[in-house]
Design a protein around this ligand. Structure first.
Ligand code: MN3
Length: 238
């Protein structure tokens, strides 16, 4: 799991509960369709929109096959149960309450569904720069923006095997970098990240093979800073 301690977990839960952290993609809630309550969201841009940082083929396979598989397997796990009516974030915050026979499937596929839905939104071909309050927060937590990049890169590079690197907002608007294994996510502790990077090999292997460092370095050029800056401001005010 992530490296949050319990105090921090409790502290940040309030942010999530207020529902302030989710951008409008939250069509992630369960739909009325009982056979398939969870739906694969639209990517929101063309497969080649993030070229050259992320190639079109990788985006197509990542969205249409990997993300779809998480959605399909999540549907399979909860279909016909009371859990099918719950939004995915609430579902993965309820793992302890789930029947044991679907717990692991929901953890992996519900986590995968939330993480990827979020991931698509925090990338953009506009690139740009962070704006507003988040710049002060970068200075406070990491000395400067370069310091942030360095620490985030370390988190992404030292996550062994498959997982994610995350930027989250703690007490007093303090920025913090964490990472998680597999499809685990800070959301499971009620902490809604404002930025996240998929470092599973499926996210970069076609173009970068074993060169994860190059993928991470190029990814910084396609961050949707408009959204991330906005998510920061809302989280810090909460
Ligand atoms: Mn992935």
């Amino acid at each position: 799991m992530t490296t949050f301690n319990r105090r921090e977990m409790l502290r940040t839960t309030a942010l999530g509960a207020a529902g302030l952290m989710l951008p409008s993609f939250a069509g992630i809630a369960a739909a009325a369709d009982e056979a398939a309550p969870f739906k694969l969201p639209e990517l929101g841009y063309a497969f080649d929109a993030l070229e050259p940082a992320i190639d079109a083929k990788t985006m197509e396979i990542h969205h249409d096959r990997h993300h779809k598989a998480y959605v399909d397997n999540l549907n399979k796990a909860v279909m016909g149960t009371e859990w099918a009516k719950m939004p995915v974030d609430k579902l993965i915050q309820s793992l302890e309450k789930l029947p044991e026979n679907i717990r692991t499937a929901v953890r992996n596929n519900g986590g995968g569904h939330w993480n990827h839905t979020f991931f698509w939104t925090i990338m953009s071909n506009k690139g740009g720069k962070p704006s507003g309050d988040i710049n002060d927060a970068f200075a406070n937590a990491f000395v400067d923006f370069e310091g942030f990049k360095k620490q985030f890169t370390t988190a992404a590079m030292t996550r062994f095997g498959s997982g994610w690197a995350w930027l989250v907002v703690g007490e007093g608007g303090k920025l913090k970098i964490v990472s998680s294994a597999n499809q685990d996510t800070p959301v499971m502790q009620g902490v809604y990240p404002i930025l996240g990077l998929d470092v599973w090999e499926h996210a970069y292997y076609l173009k970068y093979q074993n060169k994860r460092a190059e993928y991470v370095a190029n990814w910084f050029s396609i961050i949707n800073w408009d959204l991330v800056s906005d998510l920061y401001t809302k989280a810090a005010k909460a």
